[in-house]
Design a protein around this ligand. Structure first.
Ligand code: 5GP
Ligand code: MN
Ligand code: MN
Ligand code: MN
Length: 295
């Protein structure tokens, strides 16, 4: 299928109902999460995936396996404060991987222009007291949030990785692409309306992507919430299965959807390190990709 021709599903705003329909024609395989028992073969590239560490890396109860490429699929902070980003950046340098790839999730408020611009505007207005009531209510995290988004150019603190945001990188001839957007939930960063808005971002993913990194799961794979509803994006699934067809799709966001799945062709990895109670106990997920010919 050509880029830009994926349709919006009629049930896009009700992913649970959409999956009831779509799953009739899907193969759904749950794979075991295995720690690597052997070093990577010389003709392969080892990927090590984590996600949703939420500034809890000090509490990890496992060692991060070595590999060639480390991937973090977003939500590395609680609300994108400068101190959190600096702490994460410091931790990254301690990892042995040659390549480290990071994307944002909905918790990285300071990386989303919508938030930084909004708070910049209101910060000056708040001095006069005029806009106080217009600050969105995030419970007791409100002060943290305004701290977070008052940091100029937050990306400068992320020096020990390649940060992808609607962009890609070629590693040993393997094409990676990363994007932080997810279907609207709670008004956090990189939220978009289900349907057309989300699809406009998925339409930017190149056809030749081998390893796709998003924060949100696609519909049906690693997206089942405790409450029993599906939270994945319908158009992301369609884009992945019908147009991009990557070898691997790595994501997080729905912590309780942690695990490895397949539709018989594509491997879906929900790498959420934190569980539903924000305990960072899920093991990193490792896979090896053969080097493309000539590399
Ligand atoms: P986070 O706040 O870290 O992005 O997500 C934490 C948890 O919130 C997830 O594990 C999931 O239980 C819930 N959650 C996040 N996004 C959605 C969504 O779009 N729909 C539903 N129903 N739950 C969500
Ligand atoms: Mn999370
Ligand atoms: Mn492809
Ligand atoms: Mn998230």
């Amino acid at each position: 299928m050509e880029n830009g021709t994926i349709p919006v599903h009629k049930l896009t705003s009700n992913p649970t109902a959409a999956w009831r329909e779509i799953s009739k024609n899907q193969k759904i395989i749950k794979l075991n999460v295995k720690s690597p028992s052997k070093p990577v073969e010389p003709n392969k590239v080892r990927f090590v995936c984590m996600s949703d560490t939420h500034s809890l890396i000090r509490n990890l109860v496992f060692d991060v396996p070595d590999g060639d490429v480390f991937i973090h699929a977003g939500d590395f902070t609680k609300c994108g404060q400068k101190e959190e980003v600096m702490q994460f950046n410091k931790w990254l340098v301690s990892l042995p991987h040659k390549h480290k790839i990071v994307i944002s999730g909905n918790h990285e408020l300071s990386f989303d222009k919508k938030f930084s611009d909004y708070f910049k505007k209101t910060a000056s207005a708040r001095h006069t007291g005029s806009l106080e009531d217009e600050v969105p209510n995030y419970g007791n995290t409100k002060d943290n949030i305004s701290d977070a988004v008052n940091t100029d150019n937050i990306r400068q603190y992320l020096t020990n990785c390649t940060y992808l945001e609607d962009s890609g990188i070629d590693i040993y001839g393997i094409k990676l692409y990363g994007t932080p957007w997810q279907p609207e939930f709670g008004g956090w960063a990189f939220n978009l309306e289900r349907g057309e808005e989300c699809l406009s971002k998925w339409n930017l993913i190149p056809n030749d992507t081998d390893v796709l990194i998003t924060h949100t799961p696609p519909l049906g794979f690693g997206d089942l919430v405790c409450s029993g509803v599906r939270a994945g994006c319908v158009e992301l699934l369609t884009t992945v299965q019908q147009r991009v067809k990557p070898k691997y799709h790595v994501f997080g966001h729905i912590h309780e959807g942690y695990g490895v799945f397949s539709d018989g062709k594509i491997i879906y990895i929900n790498a959420s390190t934190c569980d539903i109670n924000y305990i960072p106990k899920n093991l990193p997920i490792v896979f090896d990709v053969p080097l493309p010919e000539g590399q």
